[in-house]
Design a binder for this molecule. Sequence first.
Ligand code: PEP
Length: 255
Amino acid sequence: MRRLLIAGNWKMNCGPYDAAELLEGLKAKKSEVNENVDVLVCPPFVSIGMAVKYLYDTDIQVGAQNLHFEENGAFTGEISGSMLTESGCNYVIIGHSERRQYFGETDETVNQRTKKALEHKLAPIICVGESLSQRKADEHYDLVKDQITNALNGVSAEEVLDIVIAYEPIWAIGTGETASPEQAQEMHEHIRNVVANLYSQDAADSINILYGGSMKPANAQELLSQADVDGGLIGGASLDADSFSEIITIAEELA
Ligand code: PEP
């Protein structure tokens, strides 16, 4: 039985002071979460410490938005997996489309980062998804299959059980436009089949597949009730304590 995961991606928002305010609000509304739902916030690196401090006595976990694939050394501006575990993270987002688009992230670096995260017992949330032109050209299924196959290259059958995949159609991120529940379900089912072919049906049945792209309280119920949608990766709505906690409540009711 898969648990639902509701993960907030704060992107480049909320330094420590704003983070404290948002976390206060979240804590006031949702410090305890139904046992069948996992909740996670992914602040920018500089606010991870604040989040860990505020959330230590709650059911809300803390993750990061990226990690470097080397252990340490002369990589100015980068953060390693061991730094994240030492800071209290247990998840890390990898290969978000904004990183692919603006920071040269490729399937190869996504794969390197995934393996490094697993080494450090950080659960990778691997982001995949197509642009509008790729969908219009009917390339989206093949593209997502390739993104997953490349990301998981060299990942063992045991390790894959710790992985989370986030399907985030680029045309739905931060645009207010959402994939319809049917579009989300079709792609999630496809992703599960890809994992089944690469590993096993058991692995496919246990892996968490999140939907991301303008999820908000108004559409969360219909998206999260799809058979293969196991949670959400939420950007904009995770910056508002009321909206994020409403989505968590919706997940609790469905779990
Ligand atoms: C995201 O950043 O992963 C995301 C889905 O953003 P938004 O919810 O704002 O579309």
